[in-house]
Design a protein around this ligand. Structure first.
Ligand code: AHR
Length: 553
């Protein structure tokens, strides 16, 4: 089965300090020989890291919205106007910049008009994912009660301090429904009937929603369009939208993984009306899931998947290999964009990324597409965020799929239970990159070797990224080896250290994960380091994600 079929079915030093995994931090000067090197080049800035690279995705899918985000106003679970309070608090902590909603595939079945007005009068509708839900799933997962709509979602974003990114329905609603959604959200108080409807719900002031997706996966669940057909639809939906003084940033539905043809044919058709048409596009979405752990044995969407919790080192590496494709996907699609958009105005928006495992490891049995992230997913996520940082000139936004109770979630929640996953902790560690100036950094480390079904295979030994903001330098790095630590000399070319802390996510068990019962198995450990000068040594334990926060002189 292919992914699109599945979705269709659903619709249907020198002086140095050692950090080690088990013992913590030893302040003794390092005498061992380093095997790796990280050079941070202050003279080679790469550009500002868009805050939105650290974005999220919350679809109306199974337990994401109902139970995950929304607990209801009358719930005994601590909430702010029905929205889960603990979630909001942690998302503030990680400075969540932007949240994409309501899908995903759900978006192209959704009529935003069902989700406004008095909650008790809102209609119940069959959710896009209903066919894939089990009989035991709560009714709200199959039949959308519309308790959460635009008001509640935007309110959720505002409570967090995040920008909403709304995905419009291109498959099953006309363009007029799209511009009226913009009107509902953004028209000034008292100006239109829809502004009055918004005010009646308690939101007189416009929401000023900037980011709008024009459909989702239009090559699949979003309409099974050809790239040319979708380009025609895109031009039509984007041709006139009310601005109300704010620039709308329209995001076109882009390719699945390495579908270079989609990118080329879509852009080719857009510019057939003239190159000026490109100005309508703020970004082109790219989706990439790491799902095929079969090591080349199959391309079948079901058979190729691995288990979230039960895996061998070879599966660990295979997942990272699949995730590391992101590097080539960004540069490849960017190159094609450049064939049409010579000034590179149109950016990449990686609005769905993460690992996707087979069913069976749900924290709440029955939750569709829910999986429990382990240390492997933390390393995967750190690696991916480092890739985005390294392409800050190309990637304007990225949205981890998905925020809560689904795929590469940062959080798991059920009723009054809530836990931050290792992925959530990675976002904590990486938050200080947001808005920083990326610096070219060179990581060199011994290549690691492993057995891939009787054949020798290799993977890089240490990777990461660096950024500076004012006098604060952040270096993040992942050590992908399941059993070897790396001792790296870090050289700052053009700066020196005043003070530093290091935070580390690691565990001696590569399967380590947090559950409702054991919430703190994988948590970051942070310590101050007393460093000085421009060169120092840090040990990166096996299977780790690290963040160094360095104050500069
Ligand atoms: O994230 C789950 C699904 O994956 C989304 O709904 C869809 O866009 C993608 O195929």
């Amino acid at each position: 089965m292919k992914r699109r079929d599945f979705l269709h079915k659903g619709a249907l030093g020198t002086a140095g300090f050692i950090l080690s995994s088990n013992t913590g931090w030893s302040p003794a000067p390092v005498s061992q020989t380093t095997d790796s090197r990280i050079e941070v080049l202050f003279d080679e800035p790469l550009g500002t890291i868009s805050r939105n690279i650290y974005g999220h995705f919350a679809e109306n899918l199974s337990g994401v919205l109902y139970d995950g985000i929304w607990v209801g106003k009358k719930s005994r679970i601590p909430n702010i106007n029905g929205l889960r309070k603990e979630l909001i608090e942690h998302m503030r902590k990680i400075k969540a910049p932007v949240i994409r909603y309501p899908g995903g595939c759900f978006a192209d079945s959704y009529d935003w008009r069902d989700g406004i007005g008095l909650a008790e009068k809102r209609p119940r509708r069959t959710n896009f994912w209903a066919n894939a839900e089990s009989e035991k799933a709560p009714s709200s997962h199959r039949y959308d009660p519309n308790a959460v709509g635009t008001n509640e979602f935007v309110h959720f974003c505002k409570l967090i301090g995040a920008e909403p990114y709304l995905a419009a329905n291109v498959r099953s609603l006309p363009a007029s429904a799209f511009y009226q959604w913009v009107e509902y959200c953004n028209s000034p108080a008292g100006s239109t009937t829809l502004a009055d409807a918004r005010a009646a719900a308690g939101y007189a002031e416009p929401f000023r929603v900037k980011y709008w997706g024009v459909g989702n996966e239009s090559w699949g669940c979003g309409g099974e369009f050809t790239p040319q057909e979708y380009a025609v639809e895109f031009r039509r939906y984007a041709t006139w939208l009310p601005g109300y003084g704010d620039e709308l940033r329209l995001i076109a539905s882009g390719p699945n993984t390495d579908d270079w043809n989609w990118t080329r044919e879509f852009l080719g058709e857009v510019v057939r009306k003239g190159p000026g048409e490109l100005h309508r596009i703020y970004g082109m979405a790219l989706h990439h899931y790491a799902w095929n752990l079969s090591r080349g044995k199959t391309q079948d969407w079901e058979a190729g998947k691995g288990d979230a919790l039960k895996f061998d080192p070879v599966d660990w590496y295979e997942l990272l290999r699949e995730g590391e494709r992101m590097e080539g996907l960004i540069t490849g699609h960017w190159q094609i964009l450049g064939e049409f958009d010579h000034e590179h105005r149109v950016k990449l928006i990686v609005d769905e990324w993460g690992p996707w495992y087979r069913p069976g490891s749900e924290a709440t049995p029955g939750n569709l597409l829910e999986q429990i992230p382990t240390l492997r997913d933390a390393v995967f996520s750190g690696m991916t965020l480092d890739i985005f940082n390294g392409h800050s000139d190309k990637v304007a936004m990225a949205n981890c799929a998905q925020l809560i109770n689904c795929l590469n979630n940062l959080y798991l929640a059920h009723e009054d239970k809530f836990v931050i996953t290792p992925v959530g902790h990675v976002f904590e560690l990486y938050a200080s990159h947001q808005g920083g100036n990326a610096l070219r950094s060179i990581f060199s480390a011994p290549t690691l070797h492993y057995d891939r079904d009787g054949k020798p295979a290799s993977f890089w030994g240490l990777h990461g990224s660096a950024s500076v903001r004012d006098k604060n330098l952040t270096i993040t790095a992942v050590n992908p080896s399941t059993n070897e630590s790396r001792l790296a000399e870090i050289a700052l070319r053009g700066a020196s250290v005043k003070g530093a802390t290091i935070s580390l996510i690691s565990d001696s068990d590569i399967h380590a994960h947090n559950t409702f019962e054991q919430r703190n198995v994988v948590v970051p450990r942070t310590k101050p380091l007393s460093l000085s000068g421009g060169t120092f040594v840090v040990e990166f334990p096996p299977a780790s994600v690290a963040a160094l926060n360095i104050q500069l002189n």
